[in-house]
Design a protein around this ligand. Sequence first.
Ligand code: 5GP
Ligand code: ZN
Length: 121
Amino acid sequence: MAETTLDRDPNCLFCKVVAGEIPSNVVREDEALIVFRDINPRAPTHVLAVPRRHIPSAHELTDADGPLLATLFTAMRAVADEAGLGRGYRIVTNVGAAAGQSVDHLHFHLLGGRQMSWPPG
Ligand code: 5GP
Ligand code: ZN
């Protein structure tokens, strides 16, 4: 079986967060995902929405992941609503080192609570 289809990578930081082996500040979770606060927030609200299953990045997603993605985006909407981000917020996922991905487990950054600039650096 290819590594990308394994549920867990023993060397992966976010697999350890998902397993509760590394503490995190969880704001939302269900059987498929966890949303927790970024340890180095870049905005007043900065959380990471992460599938429990180990997927290295958005580049490895397939059609079969459609329901998982819908669940992730629904969870992020709920977090945005709870945080009062009605004026707007940003969802971003970095793919690969050149884009700034530093943890190779798919995660969506949800940033809000301040004016965002464009384009990202
Ligand atoms: P990337 O650079 O891969 O797009 O995003 C990784 C994010 O994970 C960074 O914003 C970084 O601050 C965050 N991060 C790294 N290690 C930890 C950790 O142990 N706990 C939490 N909550 N966030 C982390
Ligand atoms: Zn992982």
